[in-house]
Design a protein around this ligand. Structure first.
Ligand code: SF4
Ligand code: SF4
Length: 365
């Protein structure tokens, strides 16, 4: 007679049966996140197209249809954002050149403090491109490739080295030097230089870009994981976030699906909460979990006898994540616009002198 038929409880068996409360419905987090990601990509494409037309107008000597410079392009100038933030913190004055770079940096840091590195997982167009590439690689090769653990640890340090370098240089520059740099020819058209970097890319540039694309197809989030200093900064800010991925060990059935789903290779099924700077709050782990209330993006759980009560009012659902990100983003942009600190105020005559000759303007240092 089997132990079950005899009604004998094998230690752990009853416990396991009690724990397996299947999730009633998918949480929809990945669908909502994808919508947010592609809306942000569309916004950046629109900004990029407008900026390109703006540059072309100056290159054509002011002929044809004139468009305004979209201030949002400053979001692609993270170093200018850091410089301006230091200028604001040391002088109390909002910088005149590329102020939007600073406001966007503040918005993205605020997102990280509230909702982990959600900027990377929900908004960043480079992150979205990276995710699209590794998913493509997974479809083609049936899997993504893993960097050996010892090498992965070393490589992850690279982005902090890059961030440390920029922070060191900017920290070393006095406020007056920052102002002079930003108001100089190079600082004024740093956005045009960035565009031209891609428009007039040489053999070396194309080889580097191709290498990054290939590595991004093969390895999950190659750029974000190893090389992005912006993501490194967001990760450090995310350490302050009270919201984390939290696993309820009483509800969890140890199936390991969350760890397999994590694009940051975090051991979700072995931890009670994810403190890691690599967590992007993407909620892929939550979406993959088959058990109701076993895994949540949440504030610390309450002490309660059942999983539902432990998470009540503490779990953050994907719609709330999207709403909070939208409120922070739109709130900061609106604040900058209403206070008159969103646009860079440079006369068209100055741009007319600089933009067509952007490739001749060299870095002052
Ligand atoms: S732990 Fe979850 S939320 Fe964090 S990166 Fe991994 S899958 Fe995304
Ligand atoms: S997916 Fe992770 S949290 Fe959910 S039951 Fe499986 S091991 Fe536990």
């Amino acid at each position: 007679m089997s132990t079950q038929a005899a009604g004998v409880v094998v230690p752990g068996q009853e416990k396991r049966k009690k724990k397996l409360v299947r999730r009633a419905a998918p949480d929809g987090s990945q669908r909502i996140r994808r919508v947010v990601q592609w809306v942000f990509v569309a916004l950046n494409v629109w900004i990029g197209a407008q900026f390109y037309l703006w540059v072309r107008w100056f290159e054509r000597g002011g002929q044809g249809w004139a468009v305004n410079r979209p201030a949002g392009v400053d979001g692609w100038l993270p170093i200018a954002g850091l410089m301006n933030l230091k200028y604001l913190l040391t002088t109390g004055r909002v910088p005149a050149m590329h102020p939007a770079a600073m406001f966007l940096l503040i918005a993205f840091l605020a997102m990280s403090v509230v909702l982990k590195k959600s900027f990377c997982g929900w908004l960043c167009p480079v992150g979205t491109a990276s995710e699209t590439l590794w998913k493509m690689g997974r479809r083609v090769f049936g899997r993504n490739f893993r960097v050996p653990r010892w090498l992965d640890r070393e490589l992850r340090g690279l982005k902090y080295l890059l961030l440390g370098f920029f922070v060191f240089v900017i920290a070393w520059m006095p406020a007056a030097a920052l102002k002079d740099f930003m108001a100089g020819p190079y600082g004024t058209i740093a956005d045009v230089k960035m565009l031209n970097l891609f428009r007039t890319m040489g053999v070396v540039g194309i080889a580097v870009m191709t290498g990054l694309v290939v590595l991004s197809v093969l390895i999950q989030n190659f750029w974000c994981r190893y090389l992005c200093p912006y993501g490194a900064l967001m990760g450090l800010a995310s350490l302050l976030s009270p919201v984390k991925i939290r696993r309820d060990t009483q509800a969890c059935i140890d199936c390991g699906k969350c760890s397999k789903a994590c694009p940051s290779s975090l051991k979700v099924d072995e931890l009670v909460q994810i403190r890691s700077v690599e967590c992007t709050a993407c909620m892929a782990c939550v979406a993959s979990c088959p058990v109701e209330n076993a895994l949540q993006l949440a504030l610390p759980a309450a002490k309660a006898p059942d999983a539902a009560a432990r998470w009540r009012g503490r779990a953050v659902n994907p719609r709330a994540v999207a709403a909070v990100l939208a409120v922070i983003f739109l709130g900061v942009v609106l604040l900058a616009r209403m206070s008159g600190h969103w646009q860079t105020a440079v006369p068209r005559a100055v741009y007319m002198q600089l933009v067509p000759h952007a490739n001749e303007v060299s870095h002052p240092m």
